[in-house]
Design a protein around this ligand. Structure first.
Ligand code: FAD
Length: 410
């Protein structure tokens, strides 16, 4: 069904995390939509520092693939016209949103600041109002709120509300890495992620990563370092230490530096040695406490990012079949190494561009989005595997046989 062009289509956006919010902000500035945004949380409290990729503010194809890790992959995966189209969508981003994106790509920013910034933009005077609904939705709620022709975008994150429901059931028993319905899930590693602030500007290239780890034989602390968005003199450091499955099981989800020293001395030693060398080099010190969390670094995608296959079922066979249902953000693709929000923003911007295109019917929009998500998946898959492979080699640089074991040349 393609609604008449004068109708306003109702868009239900489930989840007002960063991706649901940016999609709302983009659609809000386009004619033809009424937006209902659902969120279970009352306030934004996630303070973890996150990093956004500069390609988000690229306004030319050249600037878009100016990335030393995946510049060439982009050319391999995307057609030139697709990149041109993405850039055209990007150029249509309203100035206030663009200014926020520019600020957030200058350095690490607290996640709740990104969420609050987008939320304030949506509620600003003078823009088309968005209906906010505060509730924890269930699948049953979704089936009652949807009317034929509505658009529903699930932005509920890693534990997506609808992802499993977009699979056309086959009854087959699935095994890893496909153990969840509608999901391919690859575990790259288990990690202790250690973050701290350092009171001086500090940059860290691969030589620095190597020489500050030279005496770390068992564990290596591999940092991502950047200025913080608000203070260029303060550096935010997030270090990933690759840990075993047994370490992962034994470690609490969150702890501080002292707990790590007492209970995981090998991991703590690598961390402390690295930090001491940074302090020695810059003459600065660590500000505040160290935060440690342990997480599995997974790379996953929804096998169906839309309900396009469900829509081919006989009428009435599935409650989600008569609307357009799409997954965005962590609902659709998840990736490690500081990439996920940028990827979610990227897909949300593209989706807003597709939805606003009056020449596209519903099925074509779903096909085009599915294609885009698949290509973004290929891109992030290649990028993440390369980062992981480089990390693995880096961790064995002083062990020639260990290094050779990790190489497979032909
Ligand atoms: C320690 C750590 C560090 C990270 N660092 C980075 C980084 O530097 N860069 C980066 O890009 N990414 C980073 N990430 C990942 C990043 O936080 C996520 O990719 C991002 O938050 C996903 O955004 P989202 O909007 O898709 O989902 P989420 O942020 O998960 O938001 C989902 C929203 O949906 C709401 N919701 C869920 N279920 C329901 C329901 N049933 N009803 C109503 N509302 C619901 C939730 O309350 C939430 O607000 C990090 C993650 C971790 C754990």
């Amino acid at each position: 069904m393609t609604p008449a062009s004068t109708e306003r289509r109702l868009v239900h956006i489930l989840g007002a995390g960063p991706v649901g919010l940016i999609l709302t902000a983009m659609l809000q500035s386009m004619p033809g939509f009424s937006i209902r945004l659902y969120e279970k949380r009352a306030t934004y409290t996630r303070k973890r520092m996150v990093k956004l990729a500069p390609y988000l503010i690229a306004d030319s194809v050249e600037a878009y693939h100016d990335d030393r890790i995946d510049g060439e992959n982009i050319d391999a995966v995307f057609d030139r016209w697709e990149l041109e189209q993405s850039m055209a969508f990007r150029r249509s981003v309203a100035t206030p949103l663009r200014q926020l994106l520019e600020a957030w790509t200058t350095g690490f920013t607290p996640l709740n600041e990104i969420e609050q910034g987008l939320s304030d933009l949506i509620d600003a005077p003078g823009v088309s109002p968005v209906e906010r609904v505060q509730m924890a939705l269930s699948m049953k709620d979704v089936t009652t709120l949807l009317s034929p022709g509505d658009i529903l975008v699930d932005c509920t994150g890693r534990n997506s509300l609808l992802r499993d429901h977009l699979e056309v059931p086959t009854g087959e028993v699935r095994e890893a890495p496909f153990e969840e319905p509608n999901m391919l899930n690859l575990r790259l590693e288990y990690a202790a992620v250690i973050t701290f602030l350092h009171g001086r500007p500090y940059e860290c290239n691969e030589y620095c990563k190597y020489y500050k780890n030279v005496e770390n034989t068992q564990y290596k602390f591999i940092p991502s370092v950047d200025r913080t968005m608000h203070d260029a003199d303060i550096s935010h450091v997030t270090g990933i230490v690759n840990i075993s499955a047994a370490d992962f099981e034994a470690m609490p989800p969150q702890c501080d530096g002292d707990f790590l020293r007492a209970n995981f001395p090998g991991v703590a030693e690598a961390m402390d040695r690295f930090i001491d060398k940074v302090c020695e080099e810059t003459g600065g010190g660590t500000i505040g406490d160290l935060e440690v969390i342990r997480i599995p670094l997974n790379l996953y995608r929804a096998l169906n990012a839309t309900n396009r296959r469900l829509r081919r079922q006989p009428e009435g066979a599935h409650p989600l079949a008569s609307s357009s249902v799409l997954l965005a953000g962590d609902s659709a693709i998840g990736s490690p190494y500081f990439q996920s929000i940028s990827l979610g923003f990227e897909c949300a911007m593209f989706l807003a561009g597709l939805l606003a295109d009056p020449t596209l019917g519903e099925d074509e929009t779903l096909e085009r989005y599915e294609n885009l998500v698949y290509k973004q998946w290929l891109r992030v898959y290649m990028r993440s595997k390369l980062i992981k492979h480089n990390k693995d080699l880096f961790e064995s640089l002083d062990d020639t046989f260990g290094l050779l074991d990790k190489l497979h040349i032909y």
